[in-house]
Design a protein around this ligand. Structure first.
Ligand SMILES: *Cc1c(COP(=O)(O)O)cnc(C)c1O
Length: 398
């Protein structure tokens, strides 16, 4: 391994791809893999989508980067469209999920600061959460294995057990600024906070003057069949972090807020060199052309239902392999009986790509543009892989 010039931070699969077409990834020797990981929910429109390619290439010939010293018309347009499509009045553009969350955390703290309560900076988060790998977002996520060896943990996060809203209520104190939650935990294992719990969080925030922050870096931009997953609960957030699917593969993050919640983010209070550059904005606007198009989100919900029903049938047949099927829209998880990587490897044999998660779950995150045939093909491969894992487990036991 010392031969690699790269940091040893990733346990990579021995696969490398040369190009992509829709839901498919193709190696240099022409092997075709059905991509139901989609770059961890990033390639929302699949690979090589003509509308995204045209937007990127068109912008590349005009202007790449100017910095935020100037107005960036593409930012204003994408901002207006995000405002139009959601609860938000204001948007800040960044380059990643963690950066979008950093902005969300700073926005919540500044809100109370300018309101005359600088002591209110603490944020309540949930066990199993994942909010990114910067020092503050690691502290928010609270996962010991990721915090180990990196010095003092950033102060100001109080973690409660998953979906324990009574614990949230008990934890709220005079210094609490906000509650931060993923409507469906992604890395944590496609674990959904019940809609009733999300509604209780909203009322707790109203009662105590807290801001409600949704981390929709993975669930947002149509992944669950609504533009934002919090729409399923009918809960209005104060701040939302977006990233993954928004750029369709181009790095973008966005922090959305109401005018009130963003009131502390005055000139000079935050910034970014790259965030919102013309290339990113051209692609982000092209992603929204498709995702906000007539009937697109309904299609995601329908395809998600078909995939989930097919998976439930496979789980019935191979209950020794798949224990539970969970999730919403095209963000689905298989809770595995054997180690999740056993099923993942069997699926790679079938040339189907998936993404492992916590709680021994294997995530299916196909492009939102996956066709019904792609979904049927994936189901056949999952059935074959499950059958192989089941047979191998039985053979090992006898
Ligand atoms: C991926 C992810 C992040 C971090 O995004 P990066 O772009 O890797 O910084 C934060 N929150 C959630 C819910 C995510 O899924």
């Amino acid at each position: 391994m010392s031969g690699s010039p790269l940091f040893n931070t990733f346990a990579r699969l021995p696969l490398a791809f040369e190009r992509g077409e829709g839901s498919w990834l193709i190696t240099s020797d022409g092997e075709r893999y059905l991509d139901f990981a989609a770059g961890i929910a990033v390639n929302s429109l699949g690979h090589g989508h003509p509308h995204l390619v045209a937007a990127l290439v068109g912008q590349a010939g005009k202007l790449w980067h100017v910095s935020n010293l100037y107005r960036v018309p593409g930012q204003e347009r994408l901002g207006e469209r995000l405002v139009e499509a959601t609860f938000a009045d204001k948007v800040f553009f960044a380059n990643s999920g963690a950066e979008a969350l950093e902005c969300a955390i700073k926005t919540a703290r500044r809100y109370h600061y300018v309101k005359g309560s600088p002591n209110r900076y603490r944020i309540i988060t949930f066990e199993g959460a994942f909010h990114g790998r910067t020092l503050a977002t690691l502290a928010a996520g609270g996962q010991k294995k990721y915090l180990e060896g990196f010095g003092p943990v950033v102060e100001g996060f109080d973690q409660v057990p998953f979906d324990d809203i009574d614990a949230v209520e008990k934890t709220i104190g005079p210094d609490t600024a906000a509650i931060l939650v993923e409507p469906i935990q992604g890395e944590g294992g496609v674990r959904r906070i019940p809609l009733a719990s999300l509604r209780r969080l909203r009322s707790l925030c109203d009662k105590h003057g807290l801001l409600l922050i949704f981390d929709e870096v993975q669930t947002g931009v149509g992944r669950t069949g609504k533009f934002l997953a919090c729409e399923w609960a009918g809960v209005r957030p104060d701040i939302v972090a977006l990233a993954k699917g928004l750029g369709g593969g181009f790095p973008i993050g966005a922090c959305l807020a109401t005018e009130e919640a963003a009131s502390g983010m005055t000139a000079g209070s935050h910034g970014t060199t790259f965030g919102g550059n013309p290339l990113a904005m051209a692609v982000g606007n092209a992603v929204l052309d498709v995702v906000l198009g007539e009937g697109f989100l309904e299609g995601v919900a329908q395809k998600g239902l078909a995939l989930k029903q097919g998976l439930a049938a496979i789980a019935d047949e191979f209950s020794d392999v798949i224990e539970d099927v969970r999730g919403e829209g095209l963000m689905l998880g298989l809770r595995c009986k054997p180690q999740n990587t056993v099923l993942q490897k069997a699926l790679i044999e079938e040339k189907l790509l998936t993404a492992p998660a916590g709680d021994n779950v294997l995530r299916l995150l196909p492009p939102l543009t996956a066709t019904e045939e792609d979904i049927q093909e994936a189901l056949e491969r999952i059935r074959r892989a499950s059958s192989a894992v089941s047979a191998a487990t039985r053979a090992a036991a006898s």
